[in-house]
Ligand binder design. Structure first.
Ligand code: NAD
Length: 498
């Protein structure tokens, strides 16, 4: 065990060595200013581990390491980059129980969701981009008989990546996969609340054989390490996932050096249920769309809009579904559907919104802390508000917790109007058995993604991202490569003399 790691035993009995340093140039190092941050188990409020946090000097060191590594990494053959990414995917897969344990412990998500959802996705995304690494190329464009041009797709350079806490490993993989496949080098910063799994990932980056400096991992406060990274003159691009308000700050800071940016920010995604929908399926997916991952999903379908003539039936069935399915408990219990919220700050924020909602709409279920932790832990009862007006704050603002707002519409036109009456535009869902209506409404909704008769589908092959204040640019799919590469045009003159 290196001096910058500690022996831990998780509540599910998994023992392991947790790196705690900053990962720069393929080595774990201490913070130059002895800065640290604590990871807390949201189920017990107990300390899990203290990790090193980056100072301005550490960020500078990490960026310079990435800059130096870029010189050779950019010319590393695509197939070789692909092999390293495949290897990294294999190494993660071999330690899937450990990664699922650490993310469940640190974040509060259920172990079952972490191993069956997050880990499958993380491995799948690395493999998907490993496959792309030797398949990105330009075009040849003929102009006249004496001239033509070709384009080369090249990496952007040093990428600063900043991720949130709701899918700690996955969010890192979504960002690292396409950036590395296309030949960039990276400094990635995890969220303060979930600093652990990314350090295990860093260990595997080295084991997989990535050259020193290609991937640098830092923990640290957003307003300190994060903002230093965003403003650093040697960082060529910033890719951020987090809240819309932080996204706006990052856009402002990146403007000073005109950095390329990708932003994946907040949402208040609508889910429309038409009167011709399969109501059982609409209920089941609506429940999943807002209550899974403790409601801490940027694409959570938190505004459920139901056609007036099925409103009472839907609402009754939705509440029954929440009561029968959303069992609140700790991360490790196989019965648990909903674990604790990630932190005290999030817990308080959600309860504040619930109290606001009580004055704005009808509380139909929940509306208070859950007793699941016997006085400890950040547990909240799954909460349902009905008859919510479009002016209500709980209808308009992102709560990021297990709180559903249900409202009524009469016509298709009104449904689209209500769905689009928001500053956000991330996910959306439409429930109908009418094929024409499904496509018509999908085209009209202002969102980056539409799920027809479903919610929260996500696949490495499909572009993900938002419109309006939900973001700029796309991740995943072929579109994700565009975020991390730039096109150079080379003009060739074959004898046109002046
Ligand atoms: P947040 O914006 O507070 O933090 C996200 C990250 O940004 C963290 O790593 C944080 O340290 C960093 N950060 C904070 N201030 C910074 C600054 N001034 N400069 C640089 N970095 C800074 O978000 P959060 O509360 O941790 O996460 C929840 C939010 O993230 C929600 O709004 C949710 O919708 C959003 N989210 C969006 C997506 C998406 O893909 N669209 C995915 C997950 C979460």
């Amino acid at each position: 065990m290196s001096p910058s790691s500690i022996a831990l035993k998780a509540p599910n009995g998994v023992s392991y060595s947790q790196p705690t340093g900053l990962f720069i140039n393929n080595e774990f190092v201490q913070s130059s200013g002895n800065r640290t941050l604590d990871s807390i188990d949201p189920a017990t409020e107990e300390l899990i581990a203290t990790v090193q946090a980056a100072t301005e000097a550490d960020v500078d060191k990490a960026v310079k390491a990435a800059k130096a590594a870029f010189k050779t990494w950019k010319d590393h053959e695509g197939s070789e980059r692909g092999k390293l990414l495949y290897k990294l995917a294999d190494l993660i897969e071999a330690k899937r129980e450990l990664f699922a344990t650490v993310d469940a412990w640190d974040n509060g998500k259920t172990y079952a969701e972490a191993i069956e959802g997050d880990l499958v996705e993380a491995v799948g995304v690395f493999r998907y981009y490993a496959g792309w690494a030797d398949k990105t190329f330009g075009q040849t464009i003929g102009t006249t008989t004496q001239k033509f041009a070709y384009t080369i797709r090249q990496p952007i350079g040093v990428i600063g990546q900043i991720i949130p806490w709701n899918y700690p490993l996955c969010m890192a993989v979504w960002k690292l996969g396409p950036a590395l496949a296309t030949g960039n080098t990276v400094v990635i910063k995890a969220a303060e609340q979930t600093p652990l799994s990314i350090l295990l990932l860093a260990e595997l980056v080295k084991e997989a054989g990535f050259p020193a400096g290609v991937v640098n991992v830092i923990n640290g406060a957003g307003g300190e390490a994060g903002s230093v990274l965003v403003s650093h003159p040697l960082v060529d691009k910033v890719a951020f996932t987090g809240s819309t308000s932080t996204g706006a700050k990052i856009m402002g800071a990146a403007a000073a050096t005109l950095k390329n940016i990708t932003l994946e920010t907040g949402g208040k995604s609508p889910l429309l249920v038409f009167n011709d929908a399969d109501i059982e399926q609409a209920v089941n997916w609506s429940h999943f769309g807002i209550m899974s991952n403790q409601g801490q999903i940027c694409t959570a379908t938190s505004r459920i809009l139901v056609q007036a003539d099925i409103y009472d039936e839907f609402t009754k069935k939705f509440i029954e579904r929440v009561k029968s399915t959303s069992h609140v408990g700790n991360q490790w219990d196989a019965k648990t559907y909903q674990g604790p919220q990630v932190s005290k700050i999030q817990y308080d924020r959600i309860l504040d919104y619930i109290n606001i909602g009580k004055n704005e709409a009808t509380l139909a279920l929940g509306g208070k802390p859950s007793s699941a932790g016997n006085g400890k832990g950040f547990y909240i009862e799954p909460t349902v508000f009905i008859d919510v007006k479009p002016t209500a704050r709980i209808y308009r603002e992102e709560i990021f917790g297990p709180v559903a707002s249900i409202a009524k519409f009469n016509s298709e036109e009104e449904a689209i109007e209500l769905a689009n009456d928001t500053t956000y535009g991330l996910g959306s869902a439409v429930f109908t058995t009418n094929l024409e209506k499904a496509h018509r409404v999908a085209a009209q909704i202002e969102a980056g993604m539409v799920w027809v008769n479903s919610s929260q589908d996500c696949d490495p092959r499909i572009p993900f991202g938002g419109v309006k204040q939900s973001g700029i640019g796309r991740e995943l799919g072929e579109a994700g490569l565009e975020a991390y590469s730039q096109i150079k045009a080379v003009h060739i003159n074959m004898g046109n003399r002046l």
